[in-house]
Design a protein around this ligand. Structure first.
Ligand code: SF4
Length: 281
């Protein structure tokens, strides 16, 4: 049985010659970008040849941001900058030690990214501090919460991994933390909307269980800028977005079942961890 996220609870679903216990939004997006890359990662579990520095950066930043939120969850003082940077560098080292090669974007290296992380963490910490002061009634319920649900009867369950779950009165707030080169515009929000639909569906049982009446999914963007800003977006998804997600999921699953995994070349090949296996260079 292959799994797209090892820590998630078990469930089953099979396709012709392919056995996947669940799909994730990230897996669906990977298939849409390049089906062959999906196959390398999720079906063949091919070894990675390289790792993008942006990916390692994003996950190290997340780890430090989680430390801030964990303090709030436990009712402790927020950590200081030195402790957050230690978390960032520890995670960076752990990930980079395992990567055969790290691909940096033009003009970046380990030290420029460390400086960037420092600036972004200052902005994030200040944002969390201000939010806690402005809305003291909000209570963090869980961090890195994983849930599965079936959106279509014929596909494996979809797994949602939620960064932050909070209760605000009768509202269940779910926040996905992203890092981004620049502020998100309307088009970027529209592209990301299916992820919010996934979250809203995944949380319906919990909503009933805790007696909340509304789910408010939102994105929290921290920009990778000289002076980083924190942008909080709470877009509304409607039935058309749900339908769009169903169609996307159905199409992807049809392709997987039919063993359709063509190579789809594009700018993303530069940092593809399977490029040599795919293109021989
Ligand atoms: S190198 Fe490009 S075409 Fe090949 S698997 Fe990777 S993303 Fe797809």
């Amino acid at each position: 049985m292959r799994s797209l996220a090892a820590a998630a609870p078990p469930s089953t679903g099979t396709a012709a010659g392919i056995d996947l216990d669940h799909l994730s939004w990230s897996g669906v997006s990977t298939y849409n970008q390049c089906p062959k890359r999906f196959s390398y990662r999720y079906l063949e579990a091919a070894p990675e040849e390289r790792k993008s520095a942006a990916l390692i950066f994003g996950s190290a930043f997340h780890r430090a941001a989680e430390q801030v939120l964990q303090s709030r969850l436990e009712g402790r003082d927020l950590p200081d900058q030195a402790s957050l940077l230690a978390t960032y560098t520890g995670h960076w080292k752990e990930e980079s030690d395992q990567a055969p090669e790290i691909v940096f974007a033009k003009g970046d290296d380990e030290s420029t990214l460390l400086n960037l992380a420092e600036r972004m963490l200052v902005a994030f910490l200040e944002h969390v501090r201000q939010e806690a002061q402005a809305e003291p009634q909000r209570r963090i319920l869980a961090l890195e919460h994983a849930d599965r649900f079936r959106l279509l009867p014929e596909t494996p369950p979809l797994e949602a991994r939620l960064d932050v779950l909070e209760l605000d009165g009768e509202d269940l707030l779910v926040t996905e933390i992203k890092t981004s080169k620049s502020r998100w515009n309307d088009q970027k929000v529209t592209e990301a909307l299916p992820q919010l639909v996934v979250y809203a569906h995944a949380l319906m049982p919990l909503l009933r269980e805790i007696g909340a009446t509304r789910i408010r999914p939102r994105f929290l963007i921290v920009t990778k800028a000289k002076a980083p800003v924190v942008q909080v977006l709470e877009p509304k998804a409607d039935q058309r977005d749900v339908q769009r997600l169903r169609e996307q999921l159905g199409e992807v699953w049809k392709g997987i079942q039919a063993n359709v995994f063509p190579a789809r070349e594009g700018w993303w090949c530069a940092a593809c961890p399977f490029r040599v296996a795919c293109q021989g260079r």
